[in-house]
Design a protein around this ligand. Structure first.
Ligand SMILES: Nc1nc2c(ncn2[C@@H]2O[C@H](COP(=O)(O)OP(=O)(O)OP(=O)(O)O)[C@@H](O)[C@H]2O)c(=O)[nH]1
Ligand SMILES: [Mg+2]
Length: 388
C-alpha cells in the first residue's frame, strides 16, 4: 500500500503540563518538638514548544500523533522537598510553518528560522507549600496553594515553503527537469503528469556563492482553483516566493497550445490570489530542442505579447540566462568577497607572493584572516607547578 509521506497541513491539540501542588506538612522528628511547617512547593508544568528545524520537511509526524501534551509538574513533599518541573515538550517543525489558533483563526507564530522557538502552551506555575506562609503571627500555617491549570488549545500548522523563486506550470511542462538542471536537487522526472506530488526546494549557486532557492510544486491544470487535479492547495507553497517562474511546454506535447497554457495559468493564479499574480515573474519556454517548439514560439509571442526565456533541459541551453534573470530580481548577497580574481580588492592568484608552506607571507595573510593563525595562548595548570 502506498502511504503518504508528505503532509503540509495538520490540526493538533496542545496541552501544557499542570503545575504541581504545594503541600502543608510539619516537621516531625524525635527530640524536635514543634518543628514548624516544612511543606515544599510544586514544580511548574512543562511547556509545549515548537522549534524550527532543518531536519524535518513535513508535518507527517504530527499527522500520526496530533496530541502534544507536556509533562505535569510534580507535587511538593514534606521536609521542604520541592516537586520536579514537568519536562517541556519540544516539537521540531519544518521552516516555513505557520501556526494559527484553530478556534479564533488568529496567527500564533510563523517559524522561519532554524532554532527559532515558540511556546504555544505555557505550563501552569507550581503551587506554594505551607513553609511559604509562616510568619511570627502565623507559626502553624496550613495554607498551601494548588498548582496552576494547564493551557490547552487547538492549533493548525501549515507549511508555506520558503523559496525565492517558485516554478509554476502544467504537469509535464518540465518544472522538475529545470530544477534538477540548475540546482543540486534531484526531483523525480517522468513523462507522465503529476510526477511531482510535493514541493521540492533546490538551491541555485552562483560563482560568488550567492544562492537563490527555487521551489518546484506539483503541476496545476485548468479548474485547479475549483479543486481539479491536485487543486491549488500547493500554490500556498508559492506564496512566499519573490518571483514566479511560469514554465511553458513550448513543444505543445499532447496537442497542448502553449499560449492557452499561459493564459490558463495566469487566470488560475489571479483566482487564487491577486497579489500573487502581481508579483515579479519570468516566463520560460521549455523543450526548445524540439522542432514543434521552435514553430510555436512566434505564435506564443504574438498571442500573449510575452517574450519568454528559451531553454531546453536536454543540453541545458538558456538555463544560464534564466539564472541571471532570477539573480537580477532576487538580488542575493554574495557569500564571499572573492570573485575568482575579478575584483580590485584582491590581487589575482598569479600575483600573490610564493610560499614554501613553512611560513605564510604577511601579504597573503591579509586575505586569509579566516585562518586565525595566532599562536595559542599557554594555559596555566596547577599540576605543572603554576600555583600562585
Ligand atoms: N525534449 C525535451 N523534453 C523535456 C525537456 N524538459 C523536460 N522534458 C521531458 O518532459 C517530461 C516531463 O518532465 P518533468 O520535469 O517531470 O515535468 P514536470 O513539469 O515536473 O511534471 P509534473 O511533476 O508531473 O508536474 C519528462 O519526460 C522530461 O524528460 C526538454 O527541454 N526537452
Ligand atoms: Mg515534476
Amino acid at each position: 500500500m502506498k502511504t503518504r509521506t508528505f503532509i503540509d497541513r495538520v490540526e493538533v491539540r496542545v496541552r501544557s503540563g499542570k503545575g504541581g501542588d504545594g503541600v502543608a506538612t510539619f516537621r516531625r522528628e524525635a527530640l524536635v518538638s514543634e518543628g514548624g511547617p516544612d511543606g515544599g512547593d510544586g514544580g511548574r508544568g512543562g511547556d509545549v514548544v515548537l522549534k524550527g528545524s532543518i531536519h524535518v520537511n513535513s508535518l507527517i509526524a504530527l499527522f500520526f500523533d496530533p496530541h502534544l501534551y507536556a509533562e505535569n509538574g510534580v507535587n511538593g513533599g514534606n521536609r521542604r522537598c520541592f516537586g520536579r518541573r514537568g519536562k517541556d515538550l519540544v516539537v521540531p517543525v519544518p521552516l516555513g510553518t505557520i501556526v494559527t489558533d484553530a478556534d479564533t483563526g488568529l496567527l500564533v507564530a510563523d517559524i522561519t528560522e532554524a532554532g527559532q522557538t515558540v511556546v504555544v502552551a505555557k505550563g501552569g506555575p507550581g503551587g506554594f507549600g505551607n513553609c511559604h506562609f509562616k510568619s511570627s503571627v502565623n507559626q502553624v500555617p496550613t495554607e498551601h496553594t494548588l498548582g496552576g491549570e494547564p493551557e490547552e488549545r487547538k492549533l493548525v500548522l501549515e507549511i508555506k515553503t520558503i523559496a525565492d523563486a517558485g516554478l509554476l506550470g502544467f504537469p509535464n511542462a518540465g518544472k522538475s527537469s529545470i530544477l534538477s538542471m540548475v540546482s543540486s536537487a534531484t526531483p523525480k522526472i517522468a513523462s507522465y503528469p503529476f510526477t511531482t506530488l510535493n514541493p521540492i526546494v533546490g538551491q541555485i549557486e552562483y560563482r560568488d556563492f550567492a544562492q537563490v532557492t527555487m521551489a518546484d510544486v506539483p503541476g496545476i491544470i485548468e479548474g485547479a482553483a475549483r479543486g481539479v487535479g491536485l487543486g491549488i492547495d500547493f500554490l500556498r507553497h508559492l506564496e512566499r516566493a519573490r518571483v514566479l517562474v511560469y514554465v511553458i511546454d513550448m513543444a505543445g506535447t499532447d496537442n497542448r497550445e502553449p499560449w492557452k497554457d499561459y493564459e490558463i495559468l495566469s487566470k488560475e493564479i489571479s483566482e487564487y490570489n491577486q497579489e500573487l499574480a502581481e508579483r515579479p515573474s519570468l516566463v520560460v519556454a521549455n523543450k526548445m530542442d524540439e522542432e514543434a517548439a521552435v514553430e510555436n514560439l512566434p505564435r506564443f509571442v504574438k498571442e500573449t505579447g510575452v517574450t519568454p526565456i528559451q531553454v531546453n533541459c536536454v543540453d541545458g541551453t538558456g538555463l544560464d540566462v534564466l539564472k541571471e534573470e532570477l539573480r537580477k530580481i532576487v538580488n542575493p548577497k554574495p557569500r564571499s568577497g572573492w570573485h575568482h580574481g575579478e575584483t580590485d580588492d584582491h590581487p589575482p592568484l598569479s600575483e600573490m607572493p610564493d610560499t614554501t608552506g613553512d611560513e605564510i607571507p604577511a601579504e597573503a595573510m591579509k586575505f586569509a584572516t579566516f585562518l586565525k593563525l595566532d599562536p595559542p595562548k599557554k594555559k596555566s595548570h596547577p599540576s605543572r607547578g603554576n600555583i600562585h
